[in-house]
Design a protein around this ligand. Structure first.
Ligand code: FES
Length: 143
């Protein structure tokens, strides 16, 4: 039996914008990759670098943070802080030998369901091209 790789993608979405866009995408019956697992947060400012790295350690092949558009965060600067943390985490991934493209930040307004679907598809495709997260393999081997 051939083992087909299906990427696991984790999306940290803020309640006010990206999560609402995901909800709207469902209502609009937009199709997007079913590989995405959403972690809902009140604001992306709540995301910490350790959450992003832990998602990879726990087996995610790609991770993204999706918050409000710049200047529209309901907690003023949460999305800007998240953007900075994603940039730092990307550098850490590179130092760990993992492709930084596996991690991304998106700004998605509540009404932009097509952009939510596009981001989900883009991150799934990136993971598919890059292949399985090698850290995941190490974890499986160690068990
Ligand atoms: Fe959406 Fe802050 S409330 S990113």
């Amino acid at each position: 039996m051939v083992d087909v790789f299906e990427p696991k993608v984790v999306a940290f979405c803020c309640h006010y914008c990206a999560y609402s866009a995901a909800d709207l995408a469902g209502s609009m019956r937009l199709e997007y990759a079913p590989n995405v697992r959403i972690v809902k947060l009140m604001c992306t400012g709540r995301v910490d670098i350790i959450h992003l790295l832990k998602a990879f350690e726990d087996g995610a092949d790609a991770v993204y943070v999706a918050g409000c558009e710049e200047g529209a965060c309901h907690f003023l600067e949460g999305n800007l802080r998240a953007k900075q943390k994603v940039a730092i985490a990307k550098r850490l991934l590179k130092e760990m030998g993992l492709e930084p493209e596996r991690l991304e930040m998106f700004h998605i307004s509540a009404s932009n369901a097509p952009l939510f679907a596009k981001a989900a598809n883009e991150m799934t495709e990136r993971a598919r091209k890059l292949g399985p997260n090698p850290l995941k393999k190490e974890i499986v081997k160690a068990k």
